[in-house]
Every structure is written in structure tokens, then in C-alpha cells.
Ligand binder design. Structure first.
Ligand code: NAD
Length: 502
């Protein structure tokens, strides 16, 4: 077996990081389990409402001085944090694989994307600048100032345990706010490590805190009057509830939620390139990505019925052939292309969807319930192979629900318009991709499709740190998005000054 270089030895007992101190929680402990080996690698506390309140109080107390710290000096802290993250790049990536299951290459990609957020936020002296105009009326000048608001909370999902809080925290802190991060209890290790590095980088006490836990801690964050806004990333039912609760108390919200993404393949697409790009989109991160494509729509625009049939066969056969060659095993093994799913209950959920697909009449072309495991001695509790269903119709549960596992649904559409109406009818609107060599179809697609992140011959439409991470319909609640300039706007209040001097 390959040498796996696990950075975590033994069992880590996580503490909260509040007011620059590492403190024990009085909350119940939950096991953190490596899904590839099923070994317990840590314990995470379910922090209490009081512990969350203590973190918010410390953040509120730190705010006045941090706010007065010049943006350039705040940026210097982030430069130091960036260097420390780079120094720990491999360790951070390996931690993600151990706590989540994704392959080491996927973890390295996540670490890189996370660091890019910090890099972009170091540009805060420019990003945060306001605007002014002389002589808006005779002798009167007007100025726009962007000011930080105070304390922001971040509630994160398990599937990108390192990167997701970094979509927000560096921008919040760079703009002069303080943050309290509540990581997912299912994969909390990365955020504790980031807080250690933030401390080492000299980010002052109370400016960047971490409180572990689940609903009680999250609920206390949302209820706290000193929390000015909440950034949530997770499932749609929880996001909807968070949006409602924060709205009731006048908090700003970014709520990035669930997804069911479609990839549309036009007859003029390059099949080999398309299918290669679709593999990582459908099966990367074991399908546990909000940007993963899950429905593949093969379009017969301009083709006769038999030509459409032949085209569909070629695409599906190429897809199944590549998917069947994906190697499954422990993500720290460099030869492995797909790791386990997060936990046994997630696997149960995915198996339930496979059963439902069969019952609803779809054809199971590639059955992920049987597969070869690289490293036969590993427990199979969380492993599942790539799964492909054919003859799926848009009404089937398979095509409707967010499965969040390595299950692909192959669908036919006679025309481009029919493909688009399938996407329209789905409640989610996170991402969509088109594969074509026609500029006309590509333009039409990006113009009309009601999804926030669009790929043209790109399977995972992940916006870079300097663009907003978008989302529409049931995939996003809010107005401004995370990352880049929009995050800066979210974390600041616009103040306008109108001046006249006698
Ligand atoms: P989840 O909704 O179960 O949990 C997310 C976070 O919310 C966790 O920190 C959890 O502790 C907390 N939480 C759970 N119930 C809560 C409640 N009632 N009140 C307050 N907080 C609560 O999501 P998950 O399973 O960790 O993550 C997977 C989901 O996240 C998928 O639906 C995926 O599509 C979505 N996601 C979306 C994006 C995006 O950008 N749109 C990115 C990543 C993941």
C-alpha cells in the first residue's frame, strides 16, 4: 500500500478559540471520523449558547480598535496569514482529506482556492475605497465612505471544510470587522488549524474566533443582537430558515444553499473533451460539491430521431466507460481518483436514491454498489463507486433531488429549448454548463439560463476569488454574494457625506 503520510496522529480534542485563547467547551463531544479508515481522529464539542455569546462579546470588544487599524496594517496581517498558509499547504491539504475523505489532489485544489481568498483580500486599501464628486450642486461636494459594521458570523458546511469560511472571513476582517466562525461539526479540523495560523499571523484577540458546534451555537449566533450579519453555506432548508430568522432581526445574510446542476451537451460538442471534463464535475469530491453536475442532458437539436439516438449512445457510452475506470480508495493515496463519501448515513442516503431510481424505471448502467477498492483492507462503510443511470426523465426523483453523491443521471432533450425548460423547472439554480462549439448556443445559454454560475465547455463553474460566487432560485438567499468586491460591499455600510463650507 502507498505511504499515506497522515498529519493527524492520535485523537485531537478540539477547543474553541475565543478572545485569543484556546478554551474547552462544556458542550457534549462528538467523534470526528476519517471516512476512509473509520478511525476516530478527534472530538469536537457541541458548544453552548453561552460560549457563542462569549465569542461574540469578545469580537464586539475587539471591533473598535480593529476598525481604527489602518487598512494597510490589516492587510499586512493577511499577508502574514497567507505566508503561513503557504508554509502549511501540504499539511492543511492532508487534514482535509482525513476529515472529509476527498482525494489529496482535490484537497490541494481547495487549499489553493482558500489561499486565493486571502490574497485577494490583501488588496483591501483599493477594494474598500469609496467615491466622491465635487460640485454636486454649487459649492457642495459629496463623498461615499465604506465603513465596517462590527461582528459577522460564518456557518459552514462539511464539504469544503477549509475553503468555504475563507470565502468570507478574509474580506470581513480586511474591511475592519470581526468574525466568529462556526465550522461544520462533521469536518471541523481545518478551521481550528486556520485559527492557529491567524493567531500566529498576529491577528488581534477577538478579531477571528472559532466556536465549534451545531444548531445550538448557530442559533445563538443568529439570535445575538451584536451580530450584524451571517454568512451561511449549506443545505437549502437550513439556509431558508437562517434567511428568515436573520431577516426578522435585521441582520444581513448571504445564504448559499443546495444545488442540482445540469450539464447540457449539444450535438456539435467535442465528445472526448466534454466527457473528460464531466468526470471531475460529476464524481469529483465524490459528488459532494454544490457545483457538481448531476444531470447530463444530451440534446438532439437539428438531428433526426435516429441521429439523436446515435449521438446519445456515443455520449453515454463514453461517459460510462470513463466513469467505470475511476479508482476508488483512501484519498491520501495519490493513485486514487475518488475518495469515500462523508459518513455511513450519507452512503445510506445515496443507496436509497439508487434504489428509488431503479423503482422509478431508470436504467442502472453503472452500479456503484459494487466496485473495486484500492487498498482492500479498508472498511467499506463510506465507500461507493461511480453510478450512472440512463433513460432518466426530469420528473424522476433522481433528476430532481440533490443526492450529494457520485450518481449521474442521463437525460435526453429533443431541443435546446427543451433542455432549458428542464433547468427552469428545477427549483435549484446554482450552476449549469453547456458543451458546444457554437458561440450562438453558448450565448443563448448564458443569456437565458436561470443559474448563478455558468460553465461554457467547463464542468465546474467555480468563480475565482475576485468574482462573486453566485447562485439563484433555491440555491441562494440574499442580495450580495461572497468573494471579491461584492463581499466587501456586504461587510461594509455605505455612508454618504454631503458638504458645504460657508
Ligand atoms: P447543512 O445545512 O446540514 O449544514 C451546514 C451548517 O449549518 C453546519 O455548520 C451546521 O452545523 C449548520 N446547521 C445545521 N442545521 C442548522 C439549523 N437548524 N440552524 C442553524 N444552523 C444549522 O449542510 P451540509 O450537509 O454541511 O453541507 C452540504 C450542503 O451545502 C449541500 O446542500 C450543498 O449543496 C451545500 N453547499 C452549497 C454551496 C454553495 O455555494 N451554494 C457550497 C457548498 C455546499
Amino acid at each position: 500500500m502507498a505511504i499515506l503520510k497522515e498529519p493527524i496522529r492520535g485523537v485531537l480534542d478540539l477547543q474553541n478559540y475565543i478572545d485569543g485563547e484556546w478554551v474547552d467547551s462544556t458542550g457534549e463531544l462528538q467523534d470526528i471520523v476519517n471516512p476512509a479508515t473509520m478511525t476516530t481522529i478527534g472530538h469536537v464539542p457541541m458548544s453552548t449558547a453561552d460560549e457563542m455569546a462569549a465569542a461574540v462579546a469578545a469580537a464586539q470588544a475587539a471591533f473598535p480598535e480593529w476598525r481604527r487599524t489602518p487598512p494597510l496594517a490589516r492587510a499586512r496581517c493577511l499577508f502574514r496569514l497567507k505566508e503561513l498558509l503557504e508554509d502549511s499547504f501540504e499539511e492543511l491539504s492532508r487534514i482535509q482529506t482525513m476529515e472529509h475523505g476527498k482525494t489529496i489532489d482535490e484537497s490541494r485544489g481547495e487549499t489553493r482556492r482558500g489561499i486565493e481568498m486571502v490574497e485577494v483580500a490583501t488588496g483591501i486599501p483599493n477594494l474598500m475605497m469609496g467615491a466622491n464628486l465635487e460640485d454636486v450642486a454649487a459649492g457642495i461636494d459629496e463623498t461615499l465612505i465604506r465603513q465596517p459594521l462590527g461582528v459577522f458570523g460564518i456557518i459552514a458546511p462539511f464539504n469544503f471544510p477549509f475553503m468555504v469560511p475563507l470565502w468570507f472571513a478574509p474580506f470581513a476582517v480586511a474591511t475592519g470587522n470581526c468574525v466568529v466562525v462556526k465550522p461544520s461539526p462533521r469536518a471541523p479540523l481545518s478551521q481550528s488549524r486556520i485559527a492557529e495560523l491567524a493567531e500566529e499571523a498576529g491577528i488581534p484577540e477577538g478579531v477571528w474566533s472559532v466556536v465549534h458546534g451545531d444548531q445550538e451555537a448557530a442559533s445563538a449566533m443568529m439570535a445575538h443582537p451584536d451580530v450584524k450579519g451571517v454568512c451561511f453555506v449549506g443545505s437549502t432548508p437550513v439556509g431558508r430558515e437562517i434567511y428568515r430568522r436573520c431577516g426578522a432581526t435585521g441582520k444581513r445574510v448571504i445564504a448559499q444553499c443546495g444545488a442540482k446542476n445540469f450539464a447540457v451537451v449539444m450535438p456539435d460538442a467535442d465528445i472526448d473533451m466534454t466527457v473528460a471534463s464531466l468526470m471531475t464535475s460529476f464524481f469529483g469530491n465524490t459528488g459532494q460539491r454544490c457545483l457538481a453536475n448531476a444531470n447530463l442532458v444530451v440534446v438532439g437539436e437539428g438531428l433526426s430521431a435516429s441521429e439523436h439516438d446515435a449521438f446519445y449512445r456515443r455520449v453515454v457510452d463514453a461517459f460510462v466507460s470513463m466513469a467505470s475506470r475511476i479508482t476508488v480508495g483512501y484519498g491520501l493515496d495519490e493513485a486514487v481518483q475518488m475518495g469515500p463519501i462523508k459518513d455511513p448515513s450519507s452512503k445510506e442516503r445515496v443507496l436509497g436514491y439508487i434504489q428509488k431510481g431503479i423503482e422509478e424505471g431508470a436504467t442502472l448502467r453503472l452500479d456503484g454498489r459494487t466496485f473495486d477498492l484500492v487498498g482492500n483492507e479498508l472498511p467499506r462503510d463510506c465507500f461507493i463507486g461511480p453510478t450512472v443511470f440512463e433513460d432518466v426523465t426530469p420528473e424522476m426523483t433522481l433528476a430532481q433531488d440533490e443526492i450529494f453523491g457520485p450518481v449521474a443521471a442521463m437525460i435526453r432533450a429533443r431541443s435546446f429549448d427543451e433542455a432549458l425548460s428542464m433547468i427552469d423547472a428545477n427549483p435549484y439554480g446554482n450552476a449549469a454548463s453547456i458543451f458546444t462549439s457554437s458561440g450562438r448556443w453558448a450565448r443563448e445559454f448564458r443569456y437565458r439560463v436561470a443559474c448563478g454560475n455558468i460553465g461554457v465547455n467547463v464542468g465546474i463553474a467555480a468563480p475565482m476569488a475576485f468574482f462573486p460566487f453566485s447562485g439563484m432560485k433555491d440555491s441562494f438567499f440574499g442580495v450580495l454574494h461572497g468573494q471579491g468586491q461584492e463581499a466587501v460591499r456586504f461587510f461594509t455600510e455605505s455612508k454618504v457625506v454631503i458638504e458645504r463650507w460657508f
